[in-house]
Design a binder for this molecule. Structure first.
Ligand code: PMP
Length: 444
């Protein structure tokens, strides 16, 4: 498998590509929060795959839901006015649970095409409103909104931009709230004021609010290193956008479906976005699916325009019945105990990570629920990052792996955690104990 992998399989192009040197590590099976590699070694998956297997591995009812649906009807398109029962029921169930009036759901295959879809919907919305000049989009440094060409332009990763004119000239960014390294310090009010000022300044630079279509925020910035905004930040940014007529988009691809506690993290912040994107936990990674939520007002405007203007959007696998059947069953599992277990396990995880604060390498501990990170530094006073030349993320990932733990090791010395919500106390304790061991070895 290692040889075939090297010769033929193109992996996601990430900043570290362990399979080239060490050979791919083949994951053979999983149960609960544990995965087993091809050699039979068991590891705790502290990252739920790629922050997506929220329900944990081996959930038989998800398997059965998919099997039943494949036997009954493996595929139906949503084009031509057609549809399938699981897709309709999932849309209705999600709408019922979504914040405020986010009552309309468009299904995609994952998060990137969910973000792309919002951009298209928003453009249609402003065109239908007779304000086509509202065509500028703002997102945040350290943000991640997908890897497709358009989504990559909202994403703040230079490596995703090279060579094809991305970000587009209508895509703008303001600095992150990143409390640990914010030039204004870590005071919540100061950070909120700085973000509002940055947004205001960017809007002026673009040519005024009447040029701005939408502002994108993750309730917690995931791929940027699990950056948690201060309480009240989302609400303040959302309110400012509303007052200027700018649409507010919450990207909940990571934070949705219990990752931070509730089904949707923006409810933690008392925010009702105009559009919301989700994926990952929606089907717990068992099958691909994403979903865009649209408010009554946004949907009504687009739907009215659909018959009159050149408005089109959709994918072959939009509202896939098998994915929808799995999504419905995942929702049942979340509400049948997994969300509650995630809250309990998340509290244990956060308490355990905070207890590592005194470790000489731990500069910052942050997170909410089952989404957390510790940021490693060589000098706590100066917050000096680990030396990049030492390939810290590769080494930390490898050490954790050898200790029987899967985490995400970000390039800037951040260790990220997003375990399945089904974690037992023993799973959490194993994550914490193996983290401590990995830190001690990193110190050596
Ligand atoms: N938005 C956010 C906030 C994400 O974290 C991700 C993926 N990590 C995406 C969008 C893109 O999702 P996908 O990889 O499923 O295309």
């Amino acid at each position: 498998l290692i040889e075939l992998d090297r010769a033929h399989l193109v992996h996601p192009v990430a900043s570290y590509r362990g399979h080239e040197k060490a050979g791919v590590r083949v994951i053979a099976s999983g149960a609960g929060a544990t995965i087993t590699d091809a050699a039979g070694r068991r590891l705790v998956d502290g990252f739920a795959g790629l922050w997506c297997v929220n329900a944990g591995y081996g959930q038989q009812s998800l398997v059965e839901a998919a099997t039943r649906q494949m036997q009954e009807l493996p595929y139906a398109t949503g084009y031509f006015g057609l549809g399938s029962e699981p897709a309709i029921r999932l849309a209705a169930a999600l709408a019922e649970r979504a914040p405020g009036d986010l009552n309309h759901v468009f299904f995609t295959l994952g998060g990137s095409d969910a973000v792309d879809s919002t951009i298209r919907f928003i453009r249609y919305y402003w065109q239908a409103k007779g304000q086509p000049q509202r065509d500028q989009f703002i997102s945040i440094e350290q943000g991640y909104h997908g890897s497709s060409t358009v989504g990559a332009g909202l994403t703040a990763l230079p490596a995703f931009h090279a060579g094809f004119g991305v970000p587009f000239d209508w895509q703008h960014k303001i600095p992150s709230h990143y409390a640990y390294r914010n030039p204004v310090g870590d005071d919540a009010d100061a950070i909120i004021a700085a973000s509002l000022a940055a947004l205001d300044a960017k809007i002026v630079e673009i040519g005024g609010p009447e040029r701005v279509a939408a502002f994108y925020a993750e309730p917690i910035q995931g791929s940027g290193g699990v950056l948690v905004p201060p309480d009240g930040w989302m609400k303040a940014m959302c309110d400012r956008c509303r007052s200027l007529g700018i649409l507010f988009i919450a990207d909940e691809v990571i934070t949705g479906f219990g990752r931070t506690g509730p089904l949707f993290a923006c409810t933690d912040d008392g925010v009702v976005p105009d559009l919301m994107t989700t994926a990952k936990g929606l089907t717990s990674g068992y099958v691909p699916m994403g979903a865009v939520f649209l408010s009554d007002a946004v949907y009504a405007t687009i739907a009215d325009a659909a018959g009159t203007a050149a408005v089109g959007h959709g994918y072959t696998y939009s509202a896939h019945p098998v994915s929808a059947a799995v999504g419905l069953e995942a929702l049942r599992l979340y509400e049948d105990g997994l969300l509650a277990n995630g809250v309990k396990a998340g509290a244990r995880l956060m308490a355990g990570l905070h207890a590592l604060r005194d470790h000489p390498l731990v500069g910052d501990v942050r997170g909410r629920g089952m989404l957390a990170a510790i940021e490693l530094v060589v000098d706590k006073e100066r917050k000096t990052p680990l030396p990049a030349a030492a390939e810290p993320s590769r080494r930390i990932f490898d050490r954790a792996w050898d200790n029987g733990l899967v985490i995400r090791a970000f390039t800037n010395g951040v260790m990220g955690y997003a375990p399945p919500l089904c974690c037992t106390d023993d799973d959490i304790d194993a994550i914490l104990e193996r983290t401590a061991r990995t830190l001690d070895q990193t110190l050596e």
